[in-house]
Design a protein around this ligand. Structure first.
Ligand SMILES: Cc1cc2nc3c(=O)[nH]c(=O)nc-3n(C[C@H](O)[C@H](O)[C@H](O)COP(=O)(O)OP(=O)(O)OC[C@H]3O[C@@H](n4cnc5c(N)ncnc54)[C@H](O)[C@@H]3O)c2cc1C
Length: 340
């Protein structure tokens, strides 16, 4: 393991905001993990494991404890069985590219989601009609309560829409070190995931029978247009969740805003709205304030333009929340995890 000298958390998150931690430790293999845990324990520090920091925000106070950065590598792809074993610190996008190159399908539409493989079960990541849980077999993790490595199968992970047992009930208990996925060889009659904007773009390119690689590249094209590249612009992707509200409320809003995009949910009682549309309609898309920019490509994204502080970010967040609430009577909830 490696104990870092630079303790500013802004360096280790894609939003580039956040004060210091007491300690920051990188772990490179499984044997580093118990060592890092007992190091933090001996100093009486709470411990938090992170990957690339693309789904969390630290306040200007930082984190009152020890942050462990997962850099555990390793990748084995079995082209025949479709089983893939990957280290928790490997970049998710790199995994997608390598599995597509190996002729496997199952995650090709989840290209360009930032972050590490070890973090993907936490949120049960998904995009363009694919979701981690659909290809997930098991994971290895260090249980900080029993001080043992364990193997957890899919059913035990309690995956839901962008959620799992690691996100809520047992956040911080497990340090995920490895994950096994079940992908599939590309069948002769391969078709792209049935996701409207992806299908529309493929049609526009006259790709009636696209290959998995063409699907991956098309997703990358769409994402590059909509979302800022975290290596160039500091953000956490979508800052707000798309609100899900009652059908009654939607009917009221549709009388006033007939062009409002709305997506009825499976339960029949609730409807999902586009948070980006609400922000844009409230007149906030493209505005700049104290170094924070409501991104032109998608109003759900907030960009840290000039070393903004958490205070600057929060002043934009409250401006958006209060304006959207005053205009539509809807409260937008932040998407990333907040350590404040
Ligand atoms: C531009 C952009 C676009 C995005 N698009 C999408 C998208 O399309 N779909 C989607 O689902 N998400 C998306 N995200 C969110 C983000 O990429 C995912 O949540 C990603 O899995 C986070 O990975 P990370 O390594 O950065 O995790 P971090 O942000 O470092 O951590 C996130 C959470 O996971 C925990 N964690 C991290 N590693 C481990 C581990 N090894 N063991 C246990 N817990 C751990 C942390 O404690 C924290 O609670 C996007 C983010 C950005 C910036």
């Amino acid at each position: 393991m490696n104990i870092l000298d630079d303790l500013s958390l802004a360096r280790y998150t894609t939003m580039h905001i956040g004060g210091p931690a007491h300690e920051i430790i990188e772990v490179f293999n499984e044997s580093d993990v118990p060592e890092a845990v007992s190091y933090a324990r001996n100093k009486n520090y709470p411990l938090l494991v992170i990957g690339q920091g693309s789904n969390l925000i630290f306040s200007d106070k930082g984190f009152d404890g020890c942050v462990v950065i997962n850099k555990i590598s390793g990748l084995s792809i079995n082209k025949i069985s479709g089983q893939v074993k990957v280290g928790g610190g490997v970049s998710w996008h790199e995994l997608v590219v390598k599995t597509v190159e190996a002729g496997l399908i199952g995650i090709e539409a989840m290209a360009m989601i930032p972050g590490t493989c070890g973090a993907t079960p936490v949120n049960n990541i998904g995009a363009y009609g694919q979701e981690l849980k659909d290809v997930f077999l098991s994971l290895r993790a260090y249980d900080t309560q029993t001080n043992q490595f364990i193997v957890m199968k899919k059913i035990e992970c309690q995956f839901g829409y962008r959620s799992s047992r690691f996100k809520d009930k047992e956040h911080g208990r497990y340090i995920i070190t490895e994950m096994t996925l079940q992908l599939h060889q590309t069948p002769p009659a391969y078709s792209a995931p049935d996701y409207p904007s992806l299908i529309e773009r493929l049609r526009g390119k006259e790709l009636k029978t696209p290959t998995p690689r063409q699907v991956m590249e098309t997703v990358m094209e769409i994402r590059s247009e909509k979302l800022p590249d975290p290596s160039k612009l500091a953000s956490v992707g979508s800052f707000f969740k798309n609100p899900i509200i009652s059908n009654n409320k939607v009917d009221q809003l549709l009388r006033q805003y007939p062009d409002m995009p709305h997506f009825p949910q499976k339960d029949g009682a609730m409807t999902k709205l586009s948070g980006g549309w609400l922000i844009e309609k409230a007149g906030l898309k493209g505005i700049h304030k104290n170094g924070i920019w409501v991104y032109e490509g998608s109003a759900l994204v907030l960009v840290n333009e000039h070393s903004a502080s958490f205070k600057d970010l929060w002043s934009m967040v409250t401006l958006i929340q209060s304006t959207v609430s005053a205009t539509f009577g809807i409260t937008l909830e932040p998407e990333p995890e907040l350590f404040v």
